[in-house]
Design a protein around this ligand. Structure first.
Ligand code: DX5
Ligand code: ZN
Length: 217
């Protein structure tokens, strides 16, 4: 199984987003991971639809939008219009997960569910036929550069078993490095988000080496 690498732009230089996007694409990124934070669901604020729309002109890669906002439903259309390809909502961010997932698919986008480290995978049980992706957080969301939480590895294996032969991606987000990547890919993950581990070094050659190191692991 080939593993996709989705650099998180959260660790890029926000003053040079278009250049950073192009650099990471040339350096071997498969998808672009975009972390949207509202200062309410998570204790940090990043960017929203206008910034994603501006970035859209500079890349043809899949835009994997991770919404850390509550409520999410009022903004789904704006993220779809901005150019998101995959829109993922946290199971913890609202009480009507099924409704949010239906809304994302009705907008013609791929739908994902995100689980915080402490959230059990059982919340996925009745939405498996409505989703294209499950994003398992291996840090508490809000910031880049945090340490990987190893307890989640067991959850990855359980989710892998749970999805059976459904075509659902298992994506991992938080503290992914060449050291932690094999723990989650062995358990069944096929998409790896990496922020600080990709953008360290600050330039394209470093990004290329960093992505290659995660892929090789
Ligand atoms: C955290 C974000 C992550 C973050 C990962 O809330 O969802 O996507 O950018 O950063 P690293 O890879 O540095 O842990
Ligand atoms: Zn993320």
């Amino acid at each position: 199984m080939s593993v996709l690498i989705a650099p998180s732009m959260l660790s890029s230089d926000f003053a040079r987003l278009a250049d950073e996007l192009a650099a990471v694409e040339r350096a071997g990124a498969d998808w672009i991971h975009l972390d949207v934070m509202d200062g309410h669901f998570v204790p940090n604020i990043t960017f929203g639809p206008p910034v994603i729309k501006a970035m859209r002109k500079y890349s043809k890669l899949v835009f994997d939008v991770h919404l850390m906002i509550a409520p999410a439903d009022p903004y789904l259309e704006a993220f779809a219009d901005a150019g998101a390809d995959i829109i993922s909502v946290h199971a913890e961010a609202g009480v009507h997960l099924d409704r949010s997932l239906q809304a994302i698919r009705a907008l013609g986008k791929k739908a994902g569910v995100v689980l915080n480290p402490s959230t059990p995978e059982t919340v996925l049980e009745y939405v498996l036929d409505r989703i294209d992706l499950i994003l398992l957080m291996t840090v508490n969301p809000g910031f880049g550069g945090q340490a990987f939480i190893p307890a989640v590895v067991e959850k990855v294996a359980r989710v892998k078993k749970m999805i059976g032969d459904r075509p659902i991606h298992i994506e991992i987000d938080g503290g992914v490095t060449p050291e932690t990547a094999p723990l989650v890919t062995r358990a069944g993950a096929d998409v790896l988000v990496a922020g600080s581990a990709v953008f360290k070094g600050g330039k394209e050659d470093a990004y290329r080496a960093n992505i290659a190191a995660i892929r090789a692991a």
